[in-house]
Design a protein around this ligand. Structure first.
Ligand code: EPU
Length: 300
């Protein structure tokens, strides 16, 4: 099977932050079978959905990347939904709403894909992607294709077994709840209103929440209290309505964004002795200063 692969690929236009240089090799699978073939042949490749929560370095990445956003098949059978990892949250949210199915209302404001959302157990407005999950088909380099039930997935706030064991999500099955479409639509509209009021719109280059909430606290509240709102470095700025968002408003670089994250992290650490943990991921490695900053931020 010939798979779609680009060499020395300029990734900037595909990333949510609108940063990123050249990637040595990028694969674009369109089906689960193609994806598995690529994974088997390229065990060192890093997998992303549509890079909606990843900061990509302007200095590029010297390695292989698989982007799953072309894997956008899903099936709705009664209350059962089976979705490939690349299906985008807002698309799925709308599709199930039309069928009078509830459980994905929160996804309407998240640009991420099903695979990424499962991996980090995305949540908002008292709903999480794990709530209605039945099972996940995963790929692991050691075991190949494995199906895990929800209880085997080790879900917790912003994490799952996938993150701890380098498991790749291929496809997921959900069991949703029948509800009136109008009620579902109205919840989705409220969720979008919340997003518009407190969070930067998706058209502004941003990657959602920058840091995870520490246990029993809020990263946004902590950051706000140390006065970072509106702070900018180069073309990147901390959102004025919510201190846990960075917007790349004026052609900021990946280094601008990392430096801003470091400022946020340091200010909270100095004031509260709390070390915020990034929610976003970083793809890079070719610049020493960026590597240093990411090492401090991610403790890796
Ligand atoms: N707050 C401030 N100042 C700020 C920002 C927030 O005081 O600048 C306070 C708020 O007033 C509120 C508390 O902090 O009392 C929490 O803020 P918010 O309700 O905005 O929620 P959040 O914890 O910052 C989380 C998710 C969002 C999700 C919202 C809505 C995380 C890290 N973020 O935000 O998820 O949309 O709840 O449910 O858990 C994402 O993960 O990318 C994301 C956008």
């Amino acid at each position: 099977m010939a798979v779609d692969c680009e060499k020395n690929f300029d990734i900037k236009n595909l990333t949510s932050f609108k940063t990123g240089g050249k990637i040595s090799e990028v694969f674009f699978p369109e089906s689960v079978d193609e994806f598995v073939q690529i994974l088997n042949e390229n065990k060192d490749a890093k997998v992303f959905g549509n890079l909606s929560d990843t900061l990509v370095s302007d200095f590029g990445y010297s390695g292989k990347v698989i982007l799953t956003f072309k894997m956008n098949n899903y099936k709705i059978e009664g209350t059962k939904v089976i979705a490939d990892c690349g299906v985008k949250g807002p698309k799925l949210s709308q599709a199930v709403c039309e069928q009078g199915l509830s459980g994905f209302e929160f996804m309407i404001g998240f640009p991420g894909s099903v695979g990424g959302e499962i991996c980090m157990n995305a949540s908002a407005h008292s709903q999480a992607v794990s709530d209605k999950l039945v099972s996940v088909l995963c790929f692991s380099c050691q075991c190949g294709i494995v199906k895990y039930s929800k209880s085997e997935m080790g879900f917790a706030y912003r994490t799952s077994r996938c993150q701890r064991e380098d498991l790749i999500v291929l496809q997921a099955e959900f069991e949703l709840e029948k509800k009136n479409s109008e009620d579902i639509k109205s919840t989705m509209e409220k969720n979008l209103e919340f997003r518009k009021s407190f969070q930067p719109l998706l058209v502004l280059p941003n990657c959602g929440s920058i840091f995870k909430n520490p246990e029993n606290d809020s990263a946004g509240r902590l950051l706000d209290s140390v006065g970072v709102k509106g702070l900018s470095i180069g073309g990147a700025k901390i959102w004025e309505n919510h201190a846990n968002f960075i917007v790349n408003h004026n052609n900021g670089t990946s280094s601008d964004i990392l430096s801003l994250m470091y400022e946020m992290y340091t200010k909270v650490k100095e004031m509260y002795n709390i070390e915020l943990e990034p929610e976003i991921k970083f793809l890079g490695g070719n610049n020493e200063r960026e590597n240093e900053l990411w090492q401090i931020l991610s403790k890796k």
